[in-house]
Design a protein around this ligand. Sequence first.
Ligand code: SF4
Ligand code: SF4
Length: 374
Amino acid sequence: MPELSTAMLTELSTKIKEWALELGFQQCGITDCDLHAEQAHYEQWIERGYHGEMGYLNNHLDKRFSADSLLPGTQRVICVRMDYLPPETHAINVLDDGSSAYISRYTLGRDYHKLIRKRLTQLGKRIENEVGESVFRAFVDSAPILERPLAEKAGIGWRGKHTLILNRHAGSMFFLGELLIDLPLPIDPPTAEEHCGNCTACLDVCPTQAFPQPHLLDARRCISYLTIELSGSIPEELRSKMGNRIFGCDDCQLICPWNRFADFTNETDFHPRQKLDKQELIELFSWDEATFLKKTEGSAIRRTGHIGWLRNIAVALGNSKGGNEVIQALEDKLNHDSDIVREHASWAIEQLKSTKNVNVLPIQQHPRRPKINL
Ligand code: SF4
Ligand code: SF4
């Protein structure tokens, strides 16, 4: 690592922030590697089992609280934010329409991991070119990195009661990324204060009541976990609360008043593909495995697998208004090779027979229900 004076490092940090904006990030902050202040809270979360089947969150605990243990010699973490909300995807309308599938707004387009990692690596190379020599490594949504506490320390925003990072000018609908680097750059101040105040809208609106208390998420109840991370059967008591959410859930973000300030993304990669912002459940349920793989190529949705996809849609169909076509599609799946698919299709048929009214979930009734086209 070259010797750089304080003045040179200050000038470099200004340039890094300019380059980050040029590369398509909306914000950039720099912090140190020490997250030991997070340790007790994180370990308690794991001890309570709130991470569910995500066993990888319990690995490498020693590395989580000091980013330099992931890349020896690291002195700073450059944290970035990239907005992902595609324009005019009408989230609230889709949630209201029980026959359409709701897919979390962050994953309607191409998988973000590659794009952000590539841009962060470009940022690292620009820094290297400037100083002559530097060791860096890019991370995006990577298990051993506690990206929200790092982003908070770097001044990107505060942690809302829904546990996500919130920014007064951008809401919460953005991705985070980190570049670990061996330069002793000046550190940015953390976000001075949080701005949730007395608001509890995200906690009240959560369809599955996944927050035992503010700032604490029981992932086992969260629809994002149930539809993406969980590999087996979805607990029966939670199924009717999932509505038409088949991959992820945004309710705690959609209701958040700060998301009035969320900007639409400039990245066409994040715009909806395969009309996934407004597809009918029945159409998606008809995709065989080859079609599923073809239509979700390059998308994070593949993570749930075809079985998980059918499982999630079966639940959503069970929560829909039903009708002959829906019952027939579910009955066709009673012979599916997967016992998970058969069991969820059977549950959905029973649900449709026993339910007279479609379950209305809290976001549909909340007084703060967003009126804008989030
Ligand atoms: S994503 Fe949905 S289910 Fe998960 S905590 Fe937020 S509102 Fe609740
Ligand atoms: S909905 Fe309210 S409490 Fe929840 S994160 Fe937003 S401002 Fe904070």
